[in-house]
Design a protein around this ligand. Structure first.
Ligand SMILES: NC(=O)c1ccc[n+]([C@@H]2O[C@H](COP(=O)([O-])OP(=O)(O)OC[C@H]3O[C@@H](n4cnc5c(N)ncnc54)[C@H](O)[C@@H]3O)[C@@H](O)[C@H]2O)c1
Ligand SMILES: O=C(O)C(=O)C[C@@H](O)[C@H](O)[C@H](O)COP(=O)(O)O
Ligand SMILES: [Zn+2]
Length: 362
């Protein structure tokens, strides 16, 4: 088993990674057991895995939500918190989030606010959740105004990652999660981006060694950044937002629907961030082209056209004004001086961003 510690003082926890771990989850969960049985929250597509977990935890209750981004909403948050209250959840109980980033973000937020905060455990079941969303404690729902706008920082007590769960994940979802893997290379680790160029196709084809390496490397990278800047106050954690200002705008434009999955928006967003950096003379053109080429090679969107977006630059910039990084009316952007050299730029003129987007082929 690989254990990655997330060092956050009294909120520290372990991320444990091992193939087949769900079959041994009862042992892992025993230290977190309390008087009442565990409550497991999952979505309809993950239900078979939830049943396998519930069978190991006598008396446990499974709450099953609809699959998809639409569950990160006020309505589902209300239904979930009502049900958890009905079940008599106490502050020291541990609610288990078994699912992708949607379930993790929703359960994390529900437990952050329930009784002013109770415990939760992440058992991520998508590649995206195993490499990114289950670690770091960002929890949220979406609002009419945009992505993740209602939320809280709330760390899980432990994260249990079983890469074998990915065997049932649809190929499109695996590719979307892979975008967040590539992100770690683009942020500050060119050697890992080169590893992705050489091994990404094998990972997406189900190669177990490539998958295990990508998960362990990504979790370690995220744990390091989160430990340095838990609440995104110094600019360090904002690096994890590479591609997200563009990506969230594209997701908003497609109505947070399965027209464009989060990871697909991030893929297009990272390619756009590099292309914009190159346009502004900050980053070599070859690096921007190389990023787009790798994303295209694995079948991910890498521009507006491949993301299916026809909206104007002004309209996309309008979505960006809801970005949580907005500060005194300006929007800091994650730009790059090259692959592995992402930085936070506080001087970006949004009119330039709109003009750049209008120049992109539709
Ligand atoms: N909190 C964070 O730090 C963070 C980081 C990245 C993304 N996110 C959020 O995560 C969400 C996206 O997460 P996601 O990509 O995991 O999407 P998701 O949770 O919607 O899961 C994707 C799809 O795969 C299905 N699924 C999940 N596990 C499965 C399995 N093992 N086998 C078969 N089907 C399975 C789900 O039912 C769903 O249909 C977005 O809302 C995004 O904003 C949060
Ligand atoms: O953990 C972080 O920090 C991230 O930014 C990870 C992102 O992949 C994730 O999509 C996050 O939810 C985006 O954060 P937001 O603050 O822009 O909502
Ligand atoms: Zn993301």
């Amino acid at each position: 088993m690989i254990t990655v510690p997330v060092a956050l003082g009294d909120r520290s926890y372990d991320v444990r990674i091992e193939a087949g771990l769900l079959n041994r989850a009862a042992d892992q969960l025993a230290p977190f057991a309390r008087r009442r049985p565990f409550v497991i929250v999952t979505d309809a597509n993950v239900a078979p895995h939830a049943e396998r977990l519930a069978a190991q935890l006598p008396g446990s209750e499974v709450i099953t939500l609809p699959a998809g981004e639409a569950s990160k909403s006020w309505g589902h948050l209300e239904r979930l918190t009502d049900r958890l209250l009905e079940l008599g959840i106490e502050r020291n109980d541990h609610v288990i989030a078994l699912g992708g980033g949607v379930i993790g973000d929703l359960v994390g937020f529900a437990t952050a606010i329930l009784k002013r905060g109770c415990n939760f455990i992440q058992i991520p079941t998508t590649l995206l959740a195993q490499v990114d969303s289950s670690v770091g404690g960002k929890t949220a729902i979406n609002s009419a105004a945009g992505k993740n706008l209602i939320g809280a920082f709330h760390q899980p007590r432990v994260v249990l990652i079983d890469p074998d769960l990915l065997d049932t994940l649809p190929a499109r979802e695996t590719a979307a999660g892979y975008a967040e893997v590539v992100k770690y290379g683009l942020i500050d680790d060119i050697a890992f981006f080169e590893w992705c160029e050489s091994n990404g196709a094998a990972l997406l084809a189900g190669d177990g060694d490539a998958r295990a390496h990508a998960i362990a490397h990504s979790v370690a990278a995220k744990a390091r950044i989160v430990a340095e800047d838990e609440r995104e106050t110094t600019g360090k954690r904002a690096l994890l937002n590479l591609g997200h200002t563009f990506g969230h705008a594209l997701e908003a434009e497609t109505g947070f629907s399965d027209r464009l999955l989060h990871g697909e928006g991030v893929a297009a967003g990272m390619a756009l961030a590099f292309a914009f950096s190159a346009r502004q003379g900050l980053c070599p053109e070859e690096d921007a082209a190389r990023v787009a080429a790798h994303l295209a090679a694995v079948g991910l969107p890498h521009d507006l056209a491949s993301a299916g977006i026809s909206a104007s630059g002004a309209r996309l910039v309008e979505h960006m004004l809801h970005d949580k990084k907005m500060d005194a009316g300006t929007l800091p952007f994650l730009l790059a001086r090259g692959i592995g050299q992402t930085y936070l730029d506080k001087t970006v003129d949004l009119k330039e961003v709109a003009a750049f987007l209008d120049e992109r082929p539709r």
